[in-house]
Write a protein that binds this ligand. Structure first.
Ligand code: SF4
Ligand code: SF4
Length: 377
């Protein structure tokens, strides 16, 4: 099984190697210029292989996939959003290997980082669509306004609606990745009362969309999804919200460094108290980690240095659909409030809305009970 998969991946990489790359530098040069050694790169490949659920013996193949990532044309479309997803990847003074690979991929079009503007940008866009029709990856950042024909978002000198541009571009894409919660589920634009009728892009497309939600998602999850497409030539296994299972298969709560405190009934009661100083669990000050499927607690952000819970604020559930409405207020526990999420992972694959709602109540009850039992309080 592994041999057959390895053979299939190697054949795909060989085929990609025959295609022209962008620029004159190899990923090896780019990494060296930024102070990374071959050993660092192989460590990264081993970690990426593990993240994608591959055995350690696949690390060299993952390294090769990253090396040919400049052969894969990517068109990056911005719709209704804040550009925070791109910012999280690009605005870093000490880039990680993930950031560098993102910079290295064959980005044929990206509003935020390209030099062209106006008519020239439009020309570049049309050229990329024509030249790479049927074989580019479309990454979309932002939800799509649909009300009144989508006229609340127009793009470019001809004021084409985002809705029309998305449909036109998607019809020529080989694979579509929704980057961030806005494009996956509508995001903040879709929060009540959603005056522009914004939705996640899969609601208006008739092709499969792989959702990589998060506000913003980590570089690891974005680059990992692209590496997956390079390796397999197809989209990964997903949960009921079209999120890759290898990244969104577990709850934040399952791998949280404060989990021991939750189980021991040691909670922060209010920000700044002794519990906060001691790194206790943030459930009672609103952490939504028990209801949120993502790998932040394992992969973290900002060069893997930290993540919200480590920094002292609870998870706000940003990779869940409608989290702006369903997870609020962010600094209070969900407690008995009805939880909207359904079937999200290996656990939640088997858990429906009712059980998850009951789970929410059970978690609240456990938190209350643990607190009573805690002799330190
Ligand atoms: S998902 Fe969040 S960070 Fe990304 S564009 Fe939307 S609002 Fe900004
Ligand atoms: S409730 Fe939040 S802070 Fe507490 S263990 Fe779970 S994820 Fe971590």
């Amino acid at each position: 099984m592994n041999d057959a998969l390895m053979k299939q991946m190697k054949e795909r990489i060989e085929a990609l190697k025959k295609l022209p790359g962008v620029g004159s530098k190899s990923i090896k040069d780019v990494l060296e210029e930024n102070g990374f050694t071959r050993r660092d790169f192989l460590k990264w490949s081993a970690a990426m292989a593990a993240m994608l659920g591959l055995p350690a013996s696949f690390a060299p193949v993952v390294a090769e996939a990253a090396e040919v990532s400049d052969r894969l044309p990517v068109v990056w479309l911005h719709l209704a959003e804040c550009t925070g997803c791109s910012e999280s990847l690009l605005r870093t003074d000490a880039p990680t290997i993930d950031d560098l690979i993102f910079n290295y991929i064959n980005l044929q079009y990206h509003d935020t980082i390209m030099a062209a503007a106006g008519w020239q940008a439009e020309e570049n866009y049309e050229e990329a669509l024509e030249k790479f029709a049927g074989r580019f990856i479309l990454c979309v950042e932002g939800g799509v306004p649909t009300k009144d024909g989508g006229e609340y978002l127009t793009i470019g000198p001809e004021a084409e609606t985002g809705l029309a541009k998305l449909k036109r571009t998607a019809s020529k894409a080989a694979a579509i990745i929704a980057v961030g919660t806005c494009s996956s589920f509508g995001g903040i634009q879709a929060a009540y009362p959603n005056p522009t009728g914004t939705v996640g892009i899969n609601k208006v497309l008739n092709k499969p969309v792989i959702n990589v939600p998060g506000c913003p998602p980590s570089a690891k999850n974005i680059v990992g999804t692209i590496v997956y497409v390079i390796l397999y030539g197809q989209l990964p296994a997903v949960d009921n919200f079209n999120r890759p299972k290898w990244a969104y298969g577990l709850r934040i709560h399952d791998l949280c460094e404060r989990r021991g405190h939750f189980d021991a009934g040691e909670f922060v009661e209010q920000f700044g108290d002794a519990g906060a100083e001691n790194g206790f669990c943030l459930y009672k000050v609103g952490c939504k980690g028990p209801y949120t499927f993502n790998n932040c607690s394992r992969e973290r952000f900002n060069q893997h240095t930290s993540w919200p819970v480590q920094a002292g604020h609870g998870c706000i559930g940003c990779s869940e659909p409608d989290f702006w409405d369903s997870m609020a207020p962010y600094e209070e526990p969900l407690a008995n409030k009805k939880f909207m999420s359904v079937d999200a992972d290996a656990t939640a694959d088997k858990v429906g809305i009712t059980i998850l709602t009951v789970a929410g109540v059970a978690i609240a009850a456990h938190a209350a009970l643990s607190a009573i039992k805690n002799p330190k309080e």
